[in-house]
Design a protein around this ligand. Sequence first.
Ligand code: SF4
Length: 345
Amino acid sequence: MITRSSALLQRPDRETKPLPMQARWQTQLARAIRDPLELCRRLGLDEALHGGAEAGHALFEVRVPEAYLARIRPGDRADPLLRQVLPLGEEALPTPGYVADPLAEVEHTPAPGLIHKYAGRVLLIASPACAVNCRYCFRRHFPYEENAPSRAQWDESLEHIRRDTTIREAILSGGDPLAANDRQLAWLVERLEAIPHIRRLRLHTRLPVVIPDRIDDTLLGWLGSTRLQKVMVLHINHAHEIDEAVVAACERLKAAGVALLNQSVLLQGVNDDIETLAALSERLFEAGILPYYLHVLDPVAGAAHFDVSDAKARELVAGLREVLPGFLMPRLVREIPGETSKTPL
Ligand code: SF4
């Protein structure tokens, strides 16, 4: 069973003193639902779902914060937000072609916590934890335990970046990088900005969506003051995920000079129709976020029931083009192991 335990979450910060007071977002993170039956009960779901929820949870633990739970329609087993977080028995079914590491990332880790796949960019696993566990996640089997570096190990990773002057952009990823505390993130960003050839800081995160209170003054303090250009790539799959608290969090980020983009995953039963995808792009733009990528599902073991065929994906995007202006069109892509960039479909 994958357990991104709270112990792991704390690990990068073990050389620092604890924060005097827990921030509001950290309390919400600590109190996220981690029991599949509690999730079912809170949403008034049919008891027939309980067995599957427990079976899926045994493979990849459930995690849903209250702020996200509040956006799910109670009693609706087809709710598109619920489908992203509710474990199902189907996750245990082996499916040919669906594997533990669909993007072969383990082959591209030159130093602890570092993934270097693409030219000019390097990805740092800044936190092994997420605020929500998405059932389709391509890193649901990633060996986070081996990639949760201490500060001494981060120095090794930073040295890799210092030596390679072709690297222009540092991408903080995870897990979810914003699940790490601000002291740790500020420490890392300070060292990155001290490397002259690093120009951009990119964060891949779902936390401002699932716990909008994460965008607090402490975070905006270190993020707003770095010399690096700042890009945040959010992960939103459905318009219902963007409530007023998310819009307010986005406004604060933009005021701090952060460019906001979104990547979605095309998911069966969540967003695999033109109307839903169009509503998502419109809502993203209302919140000040530009649609960037629409990914086809990475074939990770346990997620085959989310698959949408390439033919249908192309059909959807062609239909979307007829109803949206070009600047609201996400690029339909697939990530293929060994390729030097995402592959357009
Ligand atoms: S937030 Fe991102 S990394 Fe975390 S489980 Fe969801 S998809 Fe995976």
